[in-house]
Every structure is written in structure tokens, then in C-alpha cells.
Design a protein around this ligand. Structure first.
Ligand code: SF4
Length: 369
């Protein structure tokens, strides 16, 4: 027994006792519950399984063999669902089943021609259309970050960005209908030359007129825009900017090798708010180790209070992920245990919630596109 419908721009197939499968209207699986497990697939082809270990979500990336066999069994299930599909859903389901695994592999190849790997996104943008306005990070020296070590920084010219946007649109096809927003990557598109930034947002809105909003990462130290620039960007559709504050403590910022100027973060956040652009402020849980625990907590909360978040703003708590190749590992020796990290995250959550601000977890390991 099965049912298939088109709902909120996606094809949703439910097969009793087997699973629920959500695909875009070009037949790309997006997420599914299958065999009592949850999966998400990015446009790049990455497929992750998500489970719960009693304390937190566990994310595993499936290797090629397991991925192939799982997708094959899913296409078998979808084929079986064809007989019960509603007339509206049938065409899309037939398309997905007809295309199958081989088409998906070709689609993944096309993805890699359009994008360099999208290494990180805010948790509320896994289902946005990402446009790579700049390549890499203009700073690229934070001691805890290796997202963009594989590429030199380069802002795309407006004409190159326009070509990229048009190609992404064409490639997504009907798959666009499930994607509500546009997200500008890589690390700091707002640090490109000002005339480029204005064009990035304008072009994104022109090529994706159905998008509800345009969103972007930014840093607070290399972005040179002023209030009147943000006002123009707001009127072109920029809705929220995500700023990696990491900490309000200058000592912690020095260990992170991030310019230790939280006042600049407050200034930028104020200009954004005055222009009607919401702020997503990212805090790095665990930064500074045990010795700077209290300073990290108190000074970060104090900076957030000065930013004075409103109802459209969000504070994201992102846990520090340690890796032996990071210079941060050398700079700090008293790293928090997982248990201590849980406790500090809880302390942040309570203190920030007390300010009346929305707080969400931001697990960078879950970021897929
Ligand atoms: S944390 Fe942000 S600003 Fe720092 S290197 Fe990474 S991407 Fe660049």
C-alpha cells in the first residue's frame, strides 16, 4: 500500500511499513526514512545516515558500495509505488524511476562541474540554492578552520557570477521548486569589492525571482560595507547575514587566530539591524579550553547582549571540532571533553535564552549540499 503526492514543491512517496521518500521534481532523492533509519542526500551526491545515540545525533557518510545498494533498493520501492500514484505525482515518479541510479551519477558529475565543494552551510540552508559568489575565504587563517584550505580566495566578477547562477538554475530544472531561498557562499561574499557585492545580490534575485530571500555568510573584520550599502542590499532581497563571532573574549579570539575585535562584530550587526537585515550569530562552543571557559562564556554572552538580537535573529551554537592538522591543537592543550562540551553548550543556551533570543544548535558535520 503506498501513496505519492506533490507537496511543497517535492515528490513525497509513502510506502506502508517500508518508508517515506522525498525527492525533488527532477527525481533527486532529498531525504528518506527507510528500514527505520533516516537518510539525507545532498546535490553533490553525498548520502548520510542520521541516528540518535541517546545523547546526540550521529551522522555517518555512506561509502560508495553501501550508497549504491541502498539507492538501488529505494528505486525498487519507488517503482512498486507507481501503481498507486496520484495522477499529479505519477509523471514525476515515472521520471525518477526511469532515470534511476545512472542518471544520478551523471547529475553528481554535473554538480562537480558547477561547484567547488560546498564545505559548510548554516543549518537552515541545507535546502537553499547555493550560489558560489566568491571562492574560498579572504582571510583563511583561523586556527580552528580548514574549510577552504584547498582553494585560493577569488571573488567572481559579476558576469562570471551571472553565468554560474544561470547554469545552476538550468541544472536544477524543476528541482528548484523545493528550494525556497538563495544562499551566497563561500566564506565571505560581502568582502568582495562593493560593486561586486551589490551585483551578487541583484543577480541572485534576478535569476531566482521566486526565492523568498537571499542569505550570506560574512565576517566582521574584512567586510567594508557601511549602513547605506546594507540598506541597498536589503532592498535587493538580502534577508539575513551569518557572522562567525565564535567568542566575545579577545583572549579566546587570539587563540582562534581570529582578529580580536568583537566591537567590530557589534558594529556590523548594528548596521545590519538598522538596514532591516537579520543576523545569524555563530558561537564556537568549547573554544579556549578549560582555562578560558568562564571568560568565553561571559564575554560572549555580553557581546550578544550588545548586539541586541530581535525576533528575526538567531544565535547558533557550533561545537568546536578538533582535528590533529589544526594549528588550534597546538595553541590550546586543555580541550574540553565531550561531556564538558555538552555542559558548556547548555550554559550558553541558558544564558542566551535568558536574553530572550532564539538559540539553535549548529553541527557542522551535518552540513550537506
Ligand atoms: S572561520 Fe571563517 S573567516 Fe576564519 S578561516 Fe574559516 S572561513 Fe575564514
Amino acid at each position: 500500500m503506498s501513496s505519492s503526492i506533490v507537496y511543497e514543491g517535492a515528490l513525497r512517496v509513502t510506502v506502508t511499513g517500508v518508508g517515506v521518500y522525498v525527492l525533488d521534481l527532477e527525481g533527486r532523492p532529498l531525504f528518506f526514512e527507510h528500514g527505520f533509519k533516516s537518510y539525507e542526500r545532498g546535490l553533490s551526491g553525498v548520502l548520510v545516515r542520521k541516528s540518535w545515540d541517546g545523547r546526540r545525533r550521529v551522522v555517518e557518510i555512506l561509502q560508495d558500495a553501501e550508497k549504491g545498494s541502498l539507492l538501488r533498493s529505494i528505486y525498487n520501492v519507488l517503482e512498486g509505488a507507481l501503481q498507486d500514484a496520484s495522477s499529479e505525482a505519477r509523471d514525476y515518479l515515472e521520471l525518477a524511476v526511469g532515470r534511476g541510479l545512472e542518471w544520478l551519477k551523471e547529475d553528481e558529475k554535473r554538480f562537480s562541474e558547477l561547484y567547488l565543494p560546498i564545505t559548510i552551510l548554516p543549518p537552515d540552508h541545507y535546502l537553499s540554492t547555493v550560489l558560489q559568489a566568491v571562492v574560498g575565504c579572504i582571510y583563511n587563517r583561523c586556527s580552528f578552520c580548514n574549510f577552504y584550505k584547498d582553494r585560493p580566495y577569488r571573488p567572481k566578477s559579476p558576469s562570471e557570477f551571472r553565468r554560474h547562477s544561470l547554469k545552476v538554475r538550468e541544472w536544477l530544472g524543476n528541482g528548484i521548486s523545493v528550494r525556497r531561498n538563495v544562499f551566497l557562499s563561500d566564506a565571505n561574499p560581502l568582502s568582495a569589492p562593493k560593486e561586486y557585492v551589490m551585483e551578487y545580490v541583484r543577480i541572485a534575485g534576478e535569476v531566482f525571482p521566486e526565492a523568498k530571500g537571499i542569505y550570506s555568510f560574512a565576517d566582521y573584520f574584512s567586510t567594508k560595507l557601511e549602513s547605506h550599502d546594507y540598506s541597498k542590499l536589503a532592498s535587493s532581497g538580502l534577508r539575513r547575514v551569518y557572522i562567525g563571532l565564535e567568542s566575545g573574549s579577545k583572549d579566546v579570539l587570539k587563540l582562534l587566530n581570529k582578529p580580536p575585535n568583537p566591537d567590530e562584530a557589534v558594529r556590523m550587526a548594528s548596521m545590519l539591524a538598522d538596514s532591516g537585515i537579520a543576523r545569524g550569530i555563530i558561537v564556537l562552543v568549547g573554544a579556549g579550553g578549560r582555562s578560558l571557559w568562564r571568560e568565553h562564556l561571559e564575554e560572549t554572552v555580553s557581546v550578544i547582549a550588545r548586539i541586541d538580537p530581535g525576533k528575526d535573529d538567531m544565535i547558533f551554537l557550533s561545537r568546536l571540532i578538533l582535528s590533529p592538522t589544526l594549528p588550534y591543537m597546538e595553541a590550546v592543550k586543555d580541550h574540553l571533553s565531550e561531556h564538558e562540551m555538552d555542559y558548556q553548550e547548555e550554559q550558553f543556551r541558558e544564558a542566551i535564552s535568558d536574553l530572550g533570543v532564539k538559540v539553535a544548535s549548529y553541527n557542522i558535520l551535518e552540513s550537506i549540499y
